[in-house]
Write a protein that binds this ligand. Structure first.
Ligand SMILES: NC(=O)c1ccc[n+]([C@@H]2O[C@H](COP(=O)([O-])OP(=O)(O)OC[C@H]3O[C@@H](n4cnc5c(N)ncnc54)[C@H](O)[C@@H]3O)[C@@H](O)[C@H]2O)c1
Ligand SMILES: CC(C)[C@H](C(=O)O)[C@@H](O)C(=O)O
Ligand SMILES: [Mg+2]
Length: 355
């Protein structure tokens, strides 16, 4: 049986707590199949090496079959200059590994309808969407800086830039995904204002010509933020730029009951991707042992499916999570049923029992 190497970045805050849960699950569904290579990145790397991401860390990720990440960042490093912040590690890995496609599924578990903050009849309908977020372009990577104008006024700028190739390749990922799902794609932009969005829209429609079976619609991002709350069931696959996808996916996550539930896969054109929850290092609950481990656990399921075609193992994990929630077990972030909340480890134990 093949043995894969997995670069593991625990990161900061709740990172180590949720990653250790996910590794326990992985070891149970795929015993002996993975060799773990710990990688220091983010705040921890700043403390040890003085920089958020070392060449060695990048090399380890590149030489692994896949990367699993908890989260990076925290108040301790918030006053550092931009290029030295922990978040730079994440941006650096995404760029270095060419992880341009970020897949963020957001579905309402039927048993968690009561945890959805929307009107009861809206929650009752449920939803199951995937946000495809462009991950290595836009204003995250455009020219940025500060300067003074003639009056000595300080100006700060971040540039939203997209080229045709970047848009085409993310659009293709989204169309391919829509073809395997409900055959509906909504492209979200701000084409009424931004030139980069107008190119985005043009190119998405060009790529659409190769996918005649997919119903494509365009939506402005402000409307999309509203429509998500009004009627999330209308969305199947959504494709959007880096920053819009960041914001809309956090919004969608809360509709599922908690950001602690949502996984993500960051993919390149090669097999090696990065898998991580969409949430951050949650400094407000770090070290308390109460973080919800589900987002990271189902990120591992995504990894098994996308990187290793271990679909059966991925399904086992997802079903174990479903059954655990159905059995009424909850962490403190999704208290819809008045039960006593479980901590990270106890919730992981319950999921392991279902495997
Ligand atoms: N992928 C990443 O590494 C990543 C992603 C987002 C934010 N961050 C960083 O994390 C730090 C904190 O950011 P933030 O507070 O804006 O966002 P956050 O996602 O860390 O937390 C937002 C809220 O959600 C809660 N939450 C998040 N994950 C949870 C979980 N698994 N279980 C229960 N509750 C959970 C937190 O307690 C907090 O109240 C910042 O430094 C930010 O840059 C990192
Ligand atoms: C921490 C930050 C750089 C990151 C992003 O904005 O991409 C995070 O919010 C995410 O959603 O993965
Ligand atoms: Mg985010």
């Amino acid at each position: 049986m093949s043995n894969y190497t997995l670069a593991v970045i625990e990161g900061d805050g709740i990172g180590p707590e949720i990653v250790s849960s996910a590794i326990r699950i992985l070891d149970k569904v795929a015993p002996g199949r993975f060799t773990y290579k710990p990688v220091i990145a983010g705040g921890k790397s700043i403390d040890i090496h003085g920089v958020p991401l070392t060449d060695e860390a990048i090399a380890t990720c590149k030489n692994s079959d896949s990367v699993l990440l908890g989260a990076v960042g925290g108040p301790k490093w918030d006053t550092l200059p931009g290029h030295l912040r922990p978040e730079r590690a994440l941006l650096g890995i995404r760029k270095e590994l060419g992880l341009f496609a970020n897949i963020r599924p957001a579905r309402l578990y039927p048993v968690l309808k009561g945890a959805c903050p929307l009107r009861q009849e809206t929650a009752e309908k449920g939803f199951d969407m995937v946000i495809v977020r462009e991950l290595t372009g836009g204003c995250y990577y455009g020219e940025r800086g500060r300067k003074q104008d003639a009056d000595g006024n300080t100006i700060a700028f971040d540039t939203e830039t997209y080229n045709q190739t970047e848009i085409d390749r993310i659009a293709k990922v989204a169309f391919e995904l829509a073809a395997k799902r409900g055959k509906k794609l909504c492209s979200v932009d701000k084409a009424n204002v931004l030139e980069s969005s107008r190119l985005w829209r043009e190119r998405v429609h060009e790529i659409a010509k190769s996918y005649p079976d997919i119903a494509l619609s365009d939506m402005l991002v402000d409307n999309a933020a509203m429509q998500l709350v009004k009627n999330p069931a209308q969305f199947d696959v959504m494709v959007t730029a880096n920053m819009f996808g960041d914001i809309l996916s956090d919004e969608a996550s809360q509709l599922t009951g908690s950001i602690g539930l949502l996984p993500s896969a960051s993919l390149s054109n090669t097999r090696c991707g990065m898998y991580e929850p969409i949430h951050g290092s949650a400094p407000d609950i770090a070290g308390k042992g109460i973080a919800n481990p589900i987002a990271t656990i189902v990120s591992v399921a995504m990894m098994l499916r996308y990187a290793f075609t271990m679909d059966a193992e991925a399904e086992r994990i997802e079903q174990a999570v479903d059954k655990t929630l159905q059995a009424g077990f909850r962490t403190g972030d999704i208290l819809d049923n008045g039960t006593t909340p479980l901590g990270t480890k106890a919730m992981t134990d319950k999921i392991l029992e279902q495997l």
